[in-house]
Ligand binder design. Structure first.
Ligand code: FPP
Length: 257
């Protein structure tokens, strides 16, 4: 992973988030306001994904995690789920060359078994082809839920206990944290949600414990660099205390300088 981007080029904002996590909400409403099918909104949403990736690459963000399809989204009308699956396939076919060329490593988190064979094969291929890239770690959360993630980590711990590799009294936060998704990247610094709702909606429940949250009324297909910069500027002004006092954080900053 690249060195801490917060201390590099002086032209960058003072504190650039290392890891940005995004709920891309509002595709359906964007389409409905135009009296178009919701699938058209998702297509427009796929274009906004590129805006977000470009912005993160330009700013030196190390990791970007996008919530593309939740565990609960399987319950949407069949035609909408079908349209989203088609869109994922097209996007995988169309974008992987470019992502590979730009140094983006792509990974998927979530219950991959629930997707059809063809999509799963495309996901595997995208991961394989970009595995050596380091410019940006792009994670697509698909068929993902934060509760599922914690449950699968708990199951992995239980398997270790059952196999005699671990004693229950040895289990601590770090052990669970090592088994949830994204354990190999820093926890998200900045969470962005478009679409006006101010909730986490079963996204990275474990990983967002100390993440700075930022919400906008803007619908996902309307996303632009100006909006992302607003989010980054707001983030740069936040005091992150991680449960400590402001004075303690200030003292840490002085001793590190
Ligand atoms: C939420 O908007 C969005 C989704 C469920 C799908 C997100 C998918 C994309 C942005 C397109 C492609 C993504 C990739 C990674 C290629 P919503 O439908 O809930 O909108 P609403 O709240 O207005 O109904």
């Amino acid at each position: 992973m690249a060195p801490d981007v917060n201390s590099t080029a002086p032209s960058l904002p003072r504190r650039v988030p290392r890891h940005v996590a995004v709920i891309m909400d509002g595709n359906g409403r964007w389409a409905e306001r135009r009296r178009r099918p919701r699938a058209i909104g998702h297509r427009a949403g796929a274009r906004a994904v590129n805006v977000c990736i470009d912005f993160c690459l330009e700013r030196g963000v190390e990791a970007l995690t996008l919530f593309a399809f939740s565990s609960e989204n399987w319950g949407r009308p069949e035609d909408e789920v079908g349209a989203l699956m088609k869109l994922f396939m097209t996007a995988l076919d169309r974008e992987v060359d470019e992502l590979e060329r730009r140094g983006v490593r792509v990974r998927f988190i979530g219950e991959r078994e629930r997707f059809g064979d063809t999509i799963r094969a495309r996901m595997d291929e995208a991961e394989r082809r970009t595995a050596g890239n380091t410019q940006l770690h792009l994670t697509i959360a698909a068929s993902y839920g934060g509760r599922w993630d914690i449950a699968q980590a708990a199951r992995a711990l239980a398997e270790d206990v059952a196999a005699g590799r671990l004693r229950p009294e040895e289990i601590d936060e770090a052990m669970l944290g090592a088994r949830v998704c994204l354990a190999d990247v820093p926890a998200p610094d900045l969470f962005i949600r478009t679409g006006g709702d101010t909730r986490i909606s079963n996204f990275l429940l474990w990983q967002l414990a100390y993440t700075e949250l930022w919400f906008t009324e803007l619908l996902w297909p309307e996303l632009d660099a100006v909006t992302l910069q607003r989010a980054f500027d707001a983030y740069a002004l936040r005091e992150r205390r991680f449960g400590l006092t402001g004075a303690q954080i200030a003292a840490q900053g002085e001793s590190a300088a």
